[in-house]
Design a protein around this ligand. Structure first.
Ligand code: PLP
Length: 400
């Protein structure tokens, strides 16, 4: 038998995957399963992008190796698009296009972390950050938050976790899994703190930026204090805002020294990203994204309003913290009747999720993987009628 490296052993199987396979099994047995786990929009991408892809099928370069850092015209377009949306000057920056934002994040961490370096991650955090950090031989330092604080950690708590070994902080706004972005005043406060720590790199995961359905967009640290831009890495891609999770295109934007290093890493491990999709994106008008997402953001906003109403009907309004972006909501189980039969000292989210699937056909993601025990993540993307039915079954169960 082959021997597994300690690096590989440090990566555990996600509990979400285990629950998903249970859900798939029940559905294959004919059970009506409400899947509230979706991390992607269940809609076709913009027709204009599909048309552009089909045109690019006729071009030879769509089938050949692309430049390691991405096609020059696409990189230029990405930089221009981010510049105009975030109102920043990226003229001295560059961009590396990769196989999804996940790949860009892994590349970035590989590019900046030395063994033992610490990376601050704010709970709730996206499942993959700790594994990526440990693959890069770094150490994850978690700063916690609570539902009562709207899942926004205190800047004073972040300050306490900064040490000489802190290499980076990851800020994911809008946030998966809470579905909120950090308030402007919080960003100002954190920006002022980070100014005092010039060696910390800011990894700004902005993958859900366009899915801000509450009528406002997030503010970023480099918008609060421009000086922070030069040590920021912006991460974005097409998975969420053009509903193309399977096409695997993401990118990182940073100073040219770091993008060169990242390009070297990518060149020796993966090569340039998918040529066909890059080619199609060059011809695609990025301002289309706003039109494409218009009805989708309306749909998300409608489901969020329905969720707020259902919580009120079940006397659970204390669970509401006003999600405004991405497409998730975290339920604090400790505030529900169902939780009374469990020990508050343990994390019972997996057991509750398992029971919800087996008895009620509702599939949620336990908060364990997001660093918030005793919570469930639900996704707001189901079509409104089915979403509403799922909420009734879910909160009937949690209220018992
Ligand atoms: N960052 C966050 C917060 C995410 O939720 C995801 C995907 O779910 C990613 C990054 C990765 O996106 P991609 O599909 O582009 O790899």
């Amino acid at each position: 038998m082959n021997k597994i490296s300690s690096r590989a052993k440090s990566i555990s199987e996600s509990v979400t995957l285990k629950l998903n396979s249970l859900a798939v099994k029940l559905a294959s047995e004919g059970r009506d399963v409400y899947n509230l786990t979706a991390g992607q929009l269940p809609f076709a991408p913009s027709e204009k992008l599909v048309d552009s892809m089909s045109d690019c099928l006729k071009e030879l370069k769509s089938f050949q190796y692309s430049p390691v850092a991405g096609m020059i015209a696409l990189r230029k377009k990405v930089l221009e698009n981010v510049e105009s949306k975030r109102q920043i000057d990226l003229s001295s920056f560059d961009c590396v296009v990769s196989n999804g934002a996940k790949h860009s994040l892994t590349n970035t961490l590989m590019g900046i972390i030395n063994p033992g370096d610490e990376v601050i991650v704010l709970a709730p955090y996206w499942i993959s950050y700790p594994s990526m950090i440990s693959l890069a031989e770094g150490k994850t330092v978690v700063v916690e938050s609570s539902q009562d604080g709207g899942f926004i950690p205190l800047v004073s708590d972040i300050k306490k976790r900064i040490t000489k070994k802190t290499k980076a902080i990851i800020i994911n706004s809008p946030n998966n899994p809470s579905g909120v972005f950090y308030p402007d005043s919080w960003i100002d406060e954190l920006a002022n703190l980070l100014i005092e720590h010039p060696d910390i790199t800011i990894i700004s995961d902005e993958i859900y930026y366009d899915l801000s359905y509450g009528g406002k967009y997030p503010k970023y640290l480099y918008q609060a204090r421009q000086e922070l831009l030069e040590r920021t890495v912006i991460i974005d891609g097409i998975s969420k805002n053009i509903a193309c999770t399977g096409l695997r295109i993401g990118y990182m934007i940073a100073d040219k020294k770091l993008t060169k290093a990242i390009s070297n890493i990518q060149g020796q491990t993966a090569s340039g990203a998918n040529s066909l999709i890059q080619n199609a994106l060059i011809a695609f008008d990025f301002t289309e994204i706003k039109n494409y997402l218009g009805p989708i953001n309306e749909h998300l906003s409608k489901n969020a309003t329905q969720l707020q109403k259902v919580l009120k009907d079940y006397n659970l309004s204390s669970l509401w913290y006003g999600p405004n972006s991405a497409f998730y909501f975290l339920i604090d189980l400790t505030k529900t009747n169902q939780f009374k039969k469990f020990d508050v000292k343990n994390d019972n989210s997996f057991e509750i999720c398992q029971e919800l699937i087996e008895k009620k056909g509702i599939v949620c993601v336990p908060g364990t993987d997001f660093g918030v025990p005793n919570t469930l993540r639900i996704s707001l993307v189901l079509e409104p009628e089915r979403f509403s039915q799922a909420l009734t079954i879910l909160f009937d169960y949690l209220s018992k």
